[in-house]
Design a protein around this ligand. Structure first.
Ligand SMILES: Nc1ncnc2c1ncn2[C@@H]1O[C@H](COP(=O)(O)OP(=O)(O)O)[C@@H](O)[C@H]1O
Ligand SMILES: [Mg+2]
Length: 331
């Protein structure tokens, strides 16, 4: 059997992942509860949901970079068939440097203001291998070209403050792809950028997928971003996966009332030009209601919804939603 035949069609396969944070006064906050989702090889998968629903905690648990107050309370994170939750911190550093690239919201957090762009790319290249310095320099230039940075040789000598936000995010992407990772995790990579630059960075990510075959998990609170770049999406609400499927199927026929509300709130501006928001507030992650967590805000909620948490309901073989009334949601 060749290597190809043994590869799963999913680069990432997360099941029952739960995260707990010790809050004030002995409270336990649950930003991720029994999450299950997969990232197909060569796909762009969006994780979408309102601020505070647990998107970043989910990404950080996959990367094993949770803040100290938070811990993984259970589950499995299979990356290329191997459970990342069983890896040592040292093995994880190696995996993060080589096999899983990261692009975070604010590029200035990922880059050190005291070192040139060239130094920082060089460090990423030097840390995992024995590439000679001249070869690393050539590779750094090649990486900057790959992420669409003009005059790459000149950029190597510059410091982060000399580059715009969009250019810095390209540098972060260059470092993320330095070792041809199988997976790129991007947490709100365009949120801090101007709208025109946002589109350029999204186009870059898609180009990287097309040219390098890297799978991408992109976190966003903006359905427009997801619709623009993603093949598949997983919608999160209050620490749970509430809908998964191909973005087109979900766009045409959302299975969860929350997904529909999120789509409406990000696509059609109201008369005054502002986007409508969803009425009500997400629940406190330390004191969740007993039934469906969305029921208090849901126009379709029934007594059953308030009493019993819904299971995942299959709308097609690749599209599911956690809603008692999934089949009745109108686009
Ligand atoms: N450092 C922290 N300490 C305590 N609670 C936190 C911390 N970071 C996040 N949380 C809790 O975890 C929840 C999920 O956070 P996060 O994953 O950052 O949300 P998102 O990325 O979807 O905006 C928050 O609503 C908050 O209650
Ligand atoms: Mg976040």
């Amino acid at each position: 059997m060749t290597m190809e035949q043994t590869l799963s069609p999913f680069v990432l396969d997360v099941s029952d992942l739960s995260v707990e944070i010790d809050g004030r006064e002995g409270r336990v906050i649950r930003p991720a509860r029994r999450l299950s989702f997969r990232v197909g090889r060569g796909r762009v998968v969006g994780v979408i949901g309102e601020s505070g629903c647990g998107k970043s905690m989910t990404a950080l648990s996959i990367l094993r970079l949770l803040p100290t107050a938070a811990r993984i309370a259970g589950g499995q994170v299979l990356f290329d068939g191997v459970d990342l939750l069983k890896k040592t911190p040292r093995q994880m550093r190696e995996i993060r440097g080589r096999s899983i690239g990261m692009v975070l919201q604010d590029p200035s957090v990922s880059l050190d203001p005291l070192f040139t762009i060239g130094d920082q790319i060089d460090e990423a290249l030097a840390v995992h291998g024995k590439m000679p310095a001249a070869e690393r320099r050539a590779r750094a230039i090649e990486l900057l070209k790959a992420v669409g940075i003009p005059s790459p040789a000149d950029r190597l000598e510059q410091y982060p403050h000399e580059l715009s936000g969009g250019m810095l995010q390209r540098v972060v992407a260059a470092i993320a792809i330095a070792w041809n990772p199988a997976l790129l995790i991007a947490d709100e990579p365009t949120t801090a950028l101007d709208p025109t630059i946002q589109v350029q960075v999204l186009d870059l990510l898609r180009d990287l997928r097309d040219t390098l075959g890297v799978s991408i998990m992109i976190i966003t609170h903006d359905f427009g971003v997801a619709a623009y770049i993603c093949d598949d999406i997983m919608v999160m609400y209050a620490g749970e996966v509430v809908e998964t499927g191909p973005v087109r199927q979900i766009f045409d026929k959302p299975g969860h009332p929350y997904t529909r509300a999120l789509m409406q709130s990000s696509s059609v501006p109201e008369g005054d030009g502002r986007l409508p928001t969803i009425d009500g507030q997400p629940p406190d992650l330390g004191a969740l209601p007993r039934g469906c967590a969305f029921a208090p805000r849901c126009v379709l909620a029934t007594e059953q919804c308030r009493q019993e948490a819904p299971p995942m309901y299959a709308l097609s073989d690749i599209h599911s939603a956690a809603c008692w009334r999934a089949g009745e949601v109108t686009p």
